[in-house]
Design a protein around this ligand. Structure first.
Ligand SMILES: CC(C)(COP(=O)(O)OP(=O)(O)OC[C@H]1O[C@@H](n2cnc3c(N)ncnc32)[C@H](O)[C@@H]1OP(=O)(O)O)[C@@H](O)C(=O)NCCC(=O)NCCS
Length: 182
């Protein structure tokens, strides 16, 4: 069973952090789509969806780590189906993988028709958070993740590839930044 993460802070080697299952931090939130959050076609604004994605992802991240978390990156977001005025927008989040001080959260967004109860998958997103020590304000280790189901194992594997892409992108940005400063 994959487990990751060691408690190393400053010069102190702490006891290994205790693993937590994905189910312990999986989160959900929902709200009714109101006129103030819609465009001229009566569809939920993409920016509002992004706001909700960040919030529900932060819930799962901080529940897993029991820590302050900051958003380090959000992978691109596709909007496959719109959510209409009067529908319910439902968001579900779960930890996909813990790295060291960071973890990846997967978020799925659905629309729900109030009259029929029919649900449509509208958006998926991946958000990386970093745990911040409340005293030093520096990144700190996150407890390991215990993955149990076949789906959790599939997400755990897939998250490694996305991390490689993110870190390569980060390196390129740093190199570009260094060029611009010259
Ligand atoms: C995220 C942040 C804490 C990283 O700080 P840093 O000094 O670069 O820290 P480190 O290089 O030690 O990296 C810490 C962790 O963040 C991860 N990380 C940093 N930038 C990342 C990025 N763009 N994408 C994915 N992971 C990233 C690192 O991989 C590392 O994870 P690991 O320990 O699991 O391997 C810092 O950049 C920050 O505070 N950013 C602003 C966060 C914020 O305000 N968010 C709100 C929205 S703007």
């Amino acid at each position: 069973m994959p487990r990751m993460g060691k408690g190393v802070v400053g010069n102190f080697r702490e006891e290994p952090l205790k693993g937590k299952p994905v189910s312990a931090s999986a989160s959900e939130m929902a709200e009714v789509v109101l006129p103030a959050q819609t465009n001229a076609l009566g569809k939920l604004l993409g920016g509002h969806v992004m706001h909700l994605v960040d919030i529900v992802a932060a819930m799962a991240a901080s529940r897993h780590a029991n820590s302050y978390m900051v958003t380090a990156s959000v992978d691109y977001i596709d909007f496959r189906n719109p959510v209409s005025l009067g529908e319910i927008v439902l968001l579900k989040s779960h930890v996909n993988r813990v790295f060291h001080t960071s973890l990846e959260i997967g978020v799925d967004v659905y629309s729900e028709d109030i009259l029929t109860g029919a649900r449509k998958h509208t958006t998926s997103a991946f958000v990386t958070f970093v745990a911040i020590d409340e005293h030093t304000r520096k990144p700190k280790p996150v407890p390991p993740l215990i993955v149990k189901t076949a789906e959790e194992k599939r997400r755990w594997k897939a998250a490694a590839k996305r991390r490689d892409i993110r870190l390569a992108h980060r390196l390129n940005e740093k190199r570009d930044g260094a060029h611009k400063e010259r």
